[in-house]
Design a protein around this ligand. Structure first.
Ligand code: C5P
Length: 216
């Protein structure tokens, strides 16, 4: 049972990894199952919101009654997010977006030659969350950060750098590909840790927290 706390609201969510091509048969990607973002999409839908899920490549089924837009690269994700950001009341950026793309991408398959290495060049990808947070009259923004150490320090400084009201931090080694999560919510007023819960149960708590913030 979930109260319809987000009835009439539109929630835009990114989930999964992005993948950046090297050539037509090879790419570089981030470790992300997409489970967290998909669970949040489901919880937001249960709470009565219209949900748009912009997803990188995952093996997951779309949650019930959620509009899913599939993308591969960070630049495609950025484009789709920008197309929908002005309709959204809330933006929840869960995707593990690649920080760079391969700037010397080859149109044809790179041939392997014996005993030689391979040089890749990288150019930065847009920081989708920071760009949405900077929009005038944009949605209320929630970020995610998986850190391997110094969670309290890194997560709060990331929240401030991206200029967002809420950032959810967790330890990468605990959540990667896992079915449960321990979220720490970082806000202007300080941080609080939620109990360790299956991702859907944690998502319902997070959605409730966001809905109450918005109506406050
Ligand atoms: O900067 P960092 O990747 O650590 O921040 C994590 C947050 O920023 C996540 O919410 C992630 O979805 C978002 N992000 C983004 N675009 C990027 C990099 C991160 O939206 N290029």
């Amino acid at each position: 049972f979930q109260e319809k706390l987000l009835r009439g609201k539109c929630v835009l969510i990114t989930a999964g990894p992005t993948a950046e091509p090297i050539d037509p048969v090879r790419m570089i990607t981030n470790r992300s199952s997409g489970k967290m973002g998909y669970a949040i999409a489901r919880a937001a839908r249960e709470a009565g919101a219209r949900v748009i899920l912009v997803s990188g490549p995952t093996a997951l089924e779309s949650p019930y009654d959620v509009q899913r837009i599939s993308v591969t690269t960070a630049r495609q994700m950025h484009e789709q997010v920008m197309q929908h950001a002005h309709d959204a009341d809330i933006f929840i950026s869960v995707a593990a977006v690649a920080d760079w793309h391969v700037s010397n991408f080859q149109e044809n398959k790179i041939k392997k030659t014996d005993n030689t290495g391979m040089d890749l060049e990288f150019a930065p990808n847009p920081d989708i969350l920071a760009l949405v947070a900077a929009l005038e009259n944009g949605p209320w923004c929630v970020g995610f950060a998986a850190e391997t150490e110094n969670l309290l320090e890194y997560a709060e400084s990331k929240r401030q750098r991206k200029n967002i009201p809420l950032l959810v931090g967790n330890l990468a080694q605990d959540v990667m590909d896992a079915d449960s999560t321990t979220m720490v919510l970082f806000e202007e007023s300080g941080h609080q840790q939620l109990p360790t819960l299956p991702k859907l149960a944690a998502s319902r708590q997070l959605v409730k927290h966001i809905a109450l913030k918005l109506s406050a």
